[in-house]
Design a protein around this ligand. Structure first.
Ligand code: FAD
Length: 371
């Protein structure tokens, strides 16, 4: 079998590169070991006709106008701003922590003028911010840390926040206003017909061939290509020669409730302190679908299983750097994406990295027009 470029993985990273190269006239073969395209952002209707995200809730948000514009070639959008409540004791309160969270938890009546003084009165300043515990305790003190972060992080990562890089907690801000949106990006929308439809259009090009249910490691000898774009786990590419990079996995428990218009008042409810699952998401909030029943997913973090999250710890970064050094020596292979770059990328960041990688691949292919 012959193709100009073989792309391993049909998620955001692989699909964007495929489209870019196809538009420049290159023949592209995209393979994925799963039986569908879309990677972890894949969505489909369940047995009851509700659109679900089998690999957990995916909410699109970006500050990158170029990225939103790029994807808009392949989808219309529906407005959606994600909101999350956390169950703390018997209360359901907004997360990220904002004025209402504090007022509801402590029976206070703070406002935008007085909230910072409250945070200042409870925070425990730390000189060196190295870990996720440092970030949170430094910002909001021990009680809020324990109510919202400690248990959740332990469940999510199997590690105490004191063992995780500061970047993890830094993703969740503390607010001094009443904004209860989970994200504050300028562009917050969901693909109107879902992610899979968007991927279908992206990959629908005469120069692109897609084969699902195909594992790269079982077919690499059978394909001749000028270049390979690899979006799977980088350690797997090198047969784990330096040992395994830790990825956190999840077990998803999906549930359909017939004759239930709505199960919860927001898209996601977090459970920082109770149960083995971290959160419950009700898909109809995200998709805007009208249906007499509703479908939910509960996420149970675990060490084994499909790799979902790179684990941000200094020693993992050191191990990744060893693999990255090998990857950088490859002339005929480009590594891109969440698993290949071992980066906690959101979807928009994957698109950005893939657009950049496409330019690099074009250069490697000797495409003189690439900048
Ligand atoms: P993937 O989507 O993982 O695609 C890689 C593909 O490569 C996979 O389909 C895999 O099957 C394939 N592959 C791997 N090895 C091989 C092989 N040997 N042979 C053939 N194929 C192979 N981001 C957001 O922006 N917003 C969110 O709300 C959000 N929520 C998330 C929730 C969860 C539970 C998770 C896990 C992630 C979430 N993300 C979210 C992140 C988002 O999923 C990723 O940024 C994005 O999907 C990564 O795209 P990718 O193409 O790099 O990787």
């Amino acid at each position: 079998m012959k193709t100009d470029v073989l792309i391993v993985g049909a998620g955001f990273s692989g699909s964007v590169v495929a489209r870019q190269l196809a538009e420049r006239g290159y023949d592209v073969l995209v393979i994925d070991k799963r039986d569908h395209i879309g990677g972890n952002a894949y969505d489909r209707t369940d047995a009851h006709g509700v659109l679900i995200h089998p690999y957990g809730p995916h909410i699109f948000h970006t500050n990158g106008a170029r990225i939103a514009e790029y994807l808009s070639q392949f989808t219309e959008w529906r407005d959606y701003e994600h909101r999350v409540l956390a169950k703390v004791g018997e209360k359901l309160v907004p997360i990220p922590i904002n004025i209402d969270t504090v007022n509801e938890l402590y029976g206070l009546d703070l406002n935008e003028d007085t909230i910072q003084a409250f945070y200042d009165s409870v925070r425990e300043p730390r000189e060196n911010i190295r870990t996720s515990e440092d970030v949170v305790v430094n910002a909001v003190g021990q009680d809020l840390y324990e109510k919202f972060f400690r248990g959740y992080t332990r469940k999510q990562w199997g590690l105490d926040p004191s063992q995780l890089a500061s970047s993890v907690a830094a993703r969740i801000p503390t607010r001094t206003n009443r904004d209860d949106r989970y994200f504050t990006d300028t562009f917050q929308k969901m693909p109107a017909e879902g992610y899979t439809k968007m991927f279908e259009r992206m990959l629908d090009h005469p120069n692109i061939r897609v084969e699902t249910g195909v594992d790269f490691f079982e077919m690499r000898e059978k394909v001749q290509s000028d270049h390979i774009v690899y979006t799977g786990p980088v350690d797997a590419f090198y047969a784990y020669c330096y040992g395994r990079l830790p990825y956190r996995s999840l077990r998803f428990e999906h549930q359909h409730l017939p004759d239930t218009e709505q199960y919860q008042s927001v898209g996601t409810v977090n459970f920082p302190n109770d149960y083995d699952f971290t959160r419950v998401t009700e898909f109809k909030h995200l998709t805007g679908q009208k249906h007499s029943g509703t479908s939910l997913v509960r996420e149970f973090p675990q060490a084994e299983g499909d790799p979902y999250y790179p684990v941000p710890r200094p020693e993992n970064e050191v191990l990744f750097k060893r693999y990255e050094a090998l990857a950088q020596q490859e002339k005929g292979v480009t590594f891109v994406g969440r698993l290949a770059q071992y980066r906690y990328y959101n979807m928009d960041q994957c698109v950005g990295a893939a657009l950049k990688a496409s330019e690099y691949v074009l250069e490697k292919l000797g495409d003189s027009d690439s900048d």
